[in-house]
Design a protein around this ligand. Structure first.
Ligand code: TYM
Length: 337
């Protein structure tokens, strides 16, 4: 039986954090065992807000290196850079032409980011979800493993594929594009900020202490966790809406220590913050240590990394070219051999 396919990606903007790991990459690592897996570094998305070209080039490679360091195995999946496949931009354009503007204007992430940028909002930022739809639809992905914040973008991709392409251009009920489903894990799909348990952990938060980056040193991890917001209750617990920080830090601990929620709760329910924080620091430092070691190897000599990306590009190109040709034909763009 043919394997089902997954596609996902992360933006190379700033260093990846625990939210990216738990919400996305860690799930990819499990899924690559059973699915045909494509993961890309979405550098074209990273230029929708003002960026520094030198930093982008470095962060693109660094993000790919982190995929591998976190356990993505180039023997089992294809890892590539989005801008290396021209079909992403082409399908984005084709989808642009059939998507109503007001579908984009109601995207929550667009509204939030646009608000932050004042007058400097690019057309690309508005178009961001269509490029993401193109990323997904190009690979006929069955499932898209993402964190909770991407749910609305996934719904948009489904609506574009179903209502604007298949319903209008599919011949005799056959579909042009496969309709993907989001795959949002029960745990870790929404990791919150260390400095405010009601806000998502985010790369764009100006306060560095709000997130733990996968490349933070043990000293920095210790400092950030020591500073993390707590409350005046005794004991740790989940799901108490008056205690978002307790829920978040205990969730992070349960994921880092790989023991599941029940067992983490059993271990920590009776602890005060003074006892819990050192435990969380130790768990974080030991989980990130091996990732950082592998990362440094890959970045010190980039030959292996670049060859993985080249191979990923070759596989991605073949699959995505076929889809674009299908869409071109459905839309009536003439082909002359
Ligand atoms: P990005 O780069 O913002 O985030 C990458 C992945 O990390 C997840 N994530 C989180 N999960 C849990 N808690 C958090 N605090 C947290 N912050 C981020 C995101 O949900 C995402 O899965 N638009 C996407 C990138 C993208 C993409 C795609 C994803 C472009 N094309 C195609 C999937 C398929 C984004 O900005 O992710």
């Amino acid at each position: 039986m043919e394997k089902k396919r997954i596609l996902s990606g992360v933006q190379p903007t700033g260093s990846l954090h625990l939210g990216n790991w738990f919400g996305a990459i860690r799930n990819w690592v499990t899924l690559q065992e059973d699915y045909e897996t494509f993961v890309c570094v979405v550098d074209l998305h990273a230029i929708t807000t003002p960026h520094n070209p030198k930093a982008l080039a470095h962060e693109t490679l660094s993000t790919a290196a982190l995929y591998i360091s976190c356990g993505m195995d180039p023997q089992k999946c294809s890892i590539f850079i989005q801008s290396h496949i021209q079909f992403h931009s082409e399908l984005c354009w084709l989808l642009n032409c059939v998507t109503p503007l007001n579908w984009l204007e109601r995207m929550i992430q667009f509204k939030e980011k646009a608000l932050k940028q004042g007058d400097n909002v690019s057309v690309g930022l508005l178009d961001y979800p269509i490029l993401m739809a193109a990323d997904i639809l190009l690979y006929d992905a069955d499932l898209v493993p993402v964190g909770e914040d991407q749910k609305q973008h996934l719904e948009l991709a489904r609506d574009i594929a179903q209502q604007r392409i298949n319903a209008r251009f599919g011949k005799e009920g056959s579909s042009v594009l496969k309709i993907p489903k989001p795959l949002i894990s029960k745990e870790g799909a929404r990791i919150m900020s260390l400095t405010d348990g009601s806000k998502k952990m985010s790369k764009s938060d100006p306060n560095e202490n709000s997130r733990i980056s996968l490349l933070d040193s043990p000293e920095l991890i210790t400092k950030k966790i020591k500073k993390a917001k707590t409350d005046s209750f005794m004991g740790l617990e989940f799901d108490n809406s008056d205690r978002p920080e307790a829920d978040n830090l205990l969730t992070i601990y349960s994921l880092l220590s790989d023991q599941g929620k029940e067992s983490a709760l059993e271990e920590c329910a009776g602890m005060g913050w003074g006892k819990f924080k050192p435990l969380l620091i130790d768990a974080t430092v030991s989980a990130l240590g091996p990732i950082q070691e592998k990362y440094n190897e890959l970045m010190d000599d980039q030959t292996e990394l670049k060859s993985v990306l080249q191979e990923g590009r070759n596989k991605a190109e073949k699959v995505s070219q076929k889809t674009v040709e299908r869409v071109r034909e459905a839309l009536g763009l003439i082909k002359i051999d």
